[in-house]
Every structure is written in C-alpha cells, then in structure tokens.
Ligand binder design. Structure first.
Ligand code: GS8
Length: 219
C-alpha cells in the first residue's frame, strides 16, 4: 500500500518529509490539504492530526503527525536501501544524529520560525506588515545558534559527523525560505555554515522539493 502524505508542497513541515521520502526513493502520494478553506480543521483531517496541522502521514493502518516523527519513521522504514539517515548501525553516530535533531527542534527552529513567519507569511497570507522587533530578537537568537554551528562545522563536515543525516535534512526548508529574505546574511556571513548550506541544499532529493517552496515568490 502506498504511503500517503497529507500536506502542501510549499509548507516547510511537509517539504521536510518530502525531502526525506525522496532521499530514499520511496513511493508515496502527496494528498493536498486545502488550508485556505480550513480543511485541516475539519473532522476528517483532525482524525489524522488532532492538532489540525499539516503534515500527516498514513502507511496502511498507521497514522502519524509531527514532521520530525514522520521523517524519522520514513528513515527507519527504508533504512538499508540506498542510505541510512539515522546511522542506525552505529549507536554512537545514531546518538549524535538524535542530539542534533533535538538541537534543530529546540534551538534552531524556535529562532528561525518567527523570522519566516514575519517576513514571508504575514505579508503574503495576511497582507500585514512584519513585526520588526520580533524579527530582530529572533535574528539575534538565530545568530547565536549559528555561531555554535559554525564552530561545530569546523570539526565535522555535517552536524552529527562526517556524514549527511536527518539532522542536516531537518534544516533545509526553513533555511531555503530564510535565503529569500535579507536574513539570509545570517547564513552567508558564516563561511562554514554557508558551505554546509550549499552542500546540503544541492542534494538531488532536496532540489525536487525546493521547486515547490514557492511562498514569497513574486507571481
Ligand atoms: C508543526 C506543523 C505546522 O506548524 C510539525 O509537523 O513539525 N510541529 C509540527 N504546520 C503548519 C504548516 S507549516 O509547514 C500548519 O499546519 N499551519 C496551519 C495551522 O496551524 O492552522
């Protein structure tokens, strides 16, 4: 039975899972959810994610939500085929992957998501003006997180070691959108972070996804 991913290609969280599915060459169907008409708040979708947010995944009788948990499931399910983004054969590497996945979720994401929301979502979807105070505070926080990354990336090519992992992959979609804003300088002014970004964003699996990340593009 084909995996069904419910979401939209331009959403950061959906695209994160799409990048993971493409890394494994997994067969799946992307089932669009109409956020404009509130489909994600209707009972049929709430049965998949009671918090009413995309993405959700169905694999046979399994229903999952939370993009990081979904991508972890995908990586577990398909491991051993072409790649192993969780490094499950090596407990130490696997622990480092989990550590940096937590860093993405607990440090990086809370700092970058308000910049994304204020710079891209507020003007486009709500027709409003970005709150510069929120952006400035978040940019300062993100800069501190990226200073840690800059140091880490001087001792290894990727975050968890000298191998691409789910920890790196989870950063892709937010940074992709950040690079469309003036705050892309936070990446560009840190040479190792910049080189890491250029490397991870050039992977064929992500290129397939990046073309769908169209929020903020001029029509
Ligand atoms: C966040 C999901 C989320 O914010 C995850 O899956 O990682 N921690 C969760 N989804 C947003 C779209 S962001 O791509 C969403 O569904 N927004 C609509 C809403 O909240 O009503």
């Amino acid at each position: 039975m084909t995996i069904k991913l419910y979401g939209v290609a331009m959403s950061t969280c959906t695209a994160k899972v799409l990048a993971c599915l493409h890394e494994y060459g997994a067969e799946f169907e992307l089932v669009p959810v109409n956020l404009q008409n509130g489909e994600h708040k209707q009972p049929a979708f709430l049965a998949k994610n009671p918090f009413g947010q995309i993405p959700a995944l169905e694999d046979g009788d399994l229903t999952l939500f939370e993009s990081r948990a979904i991508s972890t499931y995908v990586a577990e399910k398909f491991k051993g085929s072409s790649c192993d983004l969780l490094r499950s054969q090596n407990p130490k590497e696997a622990a480092l992957v989990k550590t940096w996945m937590e860093v993405e979720s607990q440090q990086f994401s809370p700092a970058i998501s308000p910049i994304f929301y204020q710079s891209i979502i507020v003007p486009i979807l709500h027709g409003g003006s970005p709150n510069q105070a929120i952006i400035d505070e978040s940019a300062a926080k993100l800069g501190k997180v990226l200073d840690v990354y800059e140091k880490k990336l001087s001792s290894s090519k990727y975050l968890a070691g000298d191998f691409y992992s789910l920890a790196d992959l989870h950063h892709l979609t937010y940074i992709y959108y950040l690079m469309k804003t003036p705050y892309g300088k936070l990446i560009n002014e840190r040479p190792r972070v910049k080189a890491w970004w250029e490397d991870i964003s050039s992977r064929p699996a992500f290129k397939k996804v990046a073309s769908g990340l169209t929020l903020g593009d001029k029509n």
